[in-house]
Structure formats: C-alpha cells, structure tokens
Design a protein around this ligand. Structure first.
Ligand SMILES: [Zn+2]
Length: 428
C-alpha cells in the first residue's frame, strides 16, 4: 500500500519527505504512466539560481501544482515519471553504416527508432553519455579513448532523451577542451548536461528541471577518469565521487527548492552483475543525506535495483527516508556483446507530489517500471547495423522486420533472465 508521509517543517511551510510505499513492476514498459508531457527543448543557465522548465501545454492528466487556496479543501496531487538509460557508447564499428559521403555526416537516429516511443513518454529522460563529442578535428575514436561525432547528440535528443550525465571515466578522453566542446554540442542539440563543467562558475550551477509542478534536481559524479589527471586548477571539469562534496551539493539543490534529487553515480566494477559493498554503502549514505534516486552506471551490465529505507537516526533531517537505487543501468548502445553486455534497461520511477491543505508537501515514489533493452546488431552491405530493441514491447508487438524467429527466441531468454536479475534485491 501507499504510505503518505507528511511532515510539517520546523522552519517553513514546505517540507518534503520521500516515501516509497509501492514497488510495482510494470513489465510491459512504462506505458501506463498517468502523466504525459512533452517538455520543450530547454537548457539551464550556466550558473546562479536554478532555471526551471515547466512542461509545455501538451494535454496532460496532471493537476495544477499550485498551493491550494484556503477555500480549497482538497490536497493537490501531481505526478511525473523519470526514465533513465545507461551507457551511450560509440565504438568504431558502429559508425561506417551511418556515414554519408556526400554530406560528410552521420545519421545515427535509427539506433533509437524502436525505443523512442517509450522514451518520449517520460517527463524527465536521462542517459549516461560515455564519450566526449569533441569534434572531427580531434579524430573520432572508440576504446580506449573515445570521441564521437556531433550527430550523436542530435540522435540522443531525437530519441527523447533530455538530460545527459557527462561525469564518467571517459569524460577527459579529449582533455578539458573535449569537456567544453561536448557541453557546447549537447546543449546545441537541446540536451541538458550535468556532471561536467566548462569553468568554475558553471560547476556551481543548479540543474533543476520542473515537470508537472515537481522540481527534480540532477547531480552526477564519477569514480575517476581512467588515469587521465584532471589538470590542476581545472577540477571543475569533472565531478569526482567525494562523499562530503556530494552531500553539500544535495543540500544546495534542496535549498534551491528541489522537491527531489536524482544522483547519477559512475561506479562499481566493470562486468560485475551485482553491486559491491562500496556501491551499496555509498547509495545508502547518500539517500540518508537527502538523495531520492541513485542512477548507477559503469559496469556495462545491468545490476539490480532496490528500495533503501533510512531510519530517522541516520537521516540528514531526522526523519525516516526511503529512496530508490539502480546500481547499474547497463549499456544502452554499444558494440559490446555477450555476457549481458548488450542488455540494458529503461528504468522508470514515478514520483507523486501531494500539496496538502495546510501547505505541507508529501512526496513518494509510486511505481518502478523496467523495460529491458537489447542491442540488435546485423551485418548488411559489409557493415554492422545497430538497433536498441525494447524487449518486453517487441516480444509483444513482433513488429520490427529486421528480427528473425531466432532473434525472438534469444530475446525471450534474455528478457526472462534480466527481469529476474533486476529484481534480485527486491523482496517478493
Ligand atoms: Zn565507465
């Protein structure tokens, strides 16, 4: 059942507490999320007070988030869904099929043709951009030092992704100039980057995005940068995992009136299917410090999700808290195959905000959804062609003509396996 946490704040009329009463898994994707909006392309200001972007006026079932007037006896309830995907990677075999000699450009949009209808339904849609997009003059390369064409940014945005976490072990693959160019390019494409910064002032920006009256703050950190040192005096370029710094950043977003905070963490051990003690302890500590959602990446395979409850004694504000963690979202698009490296997940979490008649605010995670994905690779005209397949949806629809009977058989096995794996840490 759904718990409704409502606490009057000591200092003001605004108090929020995340409660998670229901962890229902909707296996056939997130299609049932009640609120549907199509946020306009937006970008945040480089620094200073948060700029929020209210969703456009597309028809929506949600209510006005305004504080109820004294004569209103009903609390105001609104909901919004966050969708997250894992590593967006470009290995060199991914490119030749999509190159047009005539225009000297790439068109990567078809990678995401099958997942776009799902991603477009999210109110916030987040991905981990695990490659610089730093320009052709710095040469396009894959492992171990990545650099992808600008068209990747357009393809990601076209797929429905709105925000990209850019703090990961490949952030510095083209140095600090690569970080700066990547930020400019993704912004030009209409994406909102978080986790890396072009200068010190920009590092202090608050990334808060409002959907349906719910203000979600976004933070991102990485365990390291593959041994590439962050130049002295340019520590702003990439956010590194530092428990006390993250806690300060969470508090800062709350002060800037974020209702909830999502933290992307690039951590864990590559190809490990279960989180290690470091991941679980960090997630717990950050939820205690006020994070509401942890979006893990780096292992290149999916790790399970779980709900974490924090007792009042370990919570930053003395109230019991509940948060949601997915330890690794896996690869969303890459050339990696085998041992679950070609399987990812579109992870969904629906947040409900209730503004009570006395002005207090209750927040709760209402529903978790998972749509496992698979990177389908097929040889055609001497090149490899890639499509991210939403497994549950496609197993039901059977509408993508590039898939064979054998593919569907494989997909069914993968789907059953990953579905079970995702729920390994959830009771029941
Ligand atoms: Zn990584």
């Amino acid at each position: 059942m759904i718990t409704n946490n409502k606490i009057p704040s000591a200092g003001g009329k605004y108090a929020s507490l995340i409660g998670l009463g229901l962890l229902a898994i909707v296996l056939t994707s997130c299609a049932d999320a009640s609120s549907r909006t199509h946020p306009s392309r937006s970008s945040q200001s480089p620094s200073g007070p948060a700029v929020t972007h209210t969703a456009s006026t597309a028809p929506s079932a949600s209510h006005s988030p305004a504080t109820p007037s004294p004569e209103t006896k009903e609390p105001v309830v609104t909901e919004a869904t966050l969708l997250a995907v894992g590593d967006i990677m470009v290995h060199m075999p991914q490119l030749p099929a999509y190159y047009d000699k005539g225009t000297d450009s790439y068109d990567l949009t078809s990678w995401f043709s099958q997942v776009r209808p799902i991603l477009e339904r999210g109110d916030w849609v987040v991905g981990n951009l695990e490659t610089p997009i730093a320009g052709k003059d710095l040469k396009f390369t894959g492992f171990p030092r990545f650099n992808a064409p600008n068209e990747l940014a357009d393809a990601i945005r076209g797929a429905g992704i709105q925000l990209v976490s850019t703090a990961n072990n490949h952030s510095l693959d083209r140095g600090v100039p690569g970080v700066q160019r990547t930020l400019a390019t993704v912004r030009k494409a209409g994406l909102i980057p978080f986790g890396t910064s072009a200068d010190a002032k920009e590092q202090s920006r608050n990334v808060i995005e409002e959907r349906n009256g719910i203000r979600m703050g976004f933070l991102s950190y990485t365990y390291g940068t593959n041994g590439i040192p962050i130049p002295k005096g340019k520590e702003y370029a990439v956010n590194l995992i530092d428990r006390s710094a993250i806690k300060k950043d969470i508090a800062k977003l709350k002060k800037a009136r974020a209702d909830a905070v999502a933290v992307s963490l690039h951590f864990g051990v590559e190809y490990q299917r279960m989180p290690n003690a470091e991941q679980t302890s960090l997630a717990k500590e950050l939820i205690g410090a006020g994070a509401d959602l942890i979006l893990g990446s780096h292992p290149h395979v999916v790790q399970p999700y779980e709900e974490i409850s924090i007792p009042a004694s370990e919570s930053f504000d003395g109230s019991p808290r509940k948060g949601v963690v997915i330890y690794s979202l896996g690869n969303f698009i890459s050339n990696q195959t085998g041992d679950w490296k070609d399987v990812g997940v579109i992870f969904g979490a629906r947040l409900k905000k209730t503004v009570h008649t006395d002005g207090t605010v209750g927040l709760e995670w209402k529903e978790i959804t998972t749509e496992p994905t698979w990177v389908h690779i097929v040889w055609k005209n001497k090149n490899r062609h890639y499509t991210v397949i939403p497994l549950a949806t496609e197993l039901k629809q059977r509408s993508f003509s590039a898939l064979t009977a054998k593919d569907y058989e494989k997909m069914q096995t993968m789907y059953s396996g990953i579905r079970k794996h995702l729920r390994k840490l959830v009771a029941g």
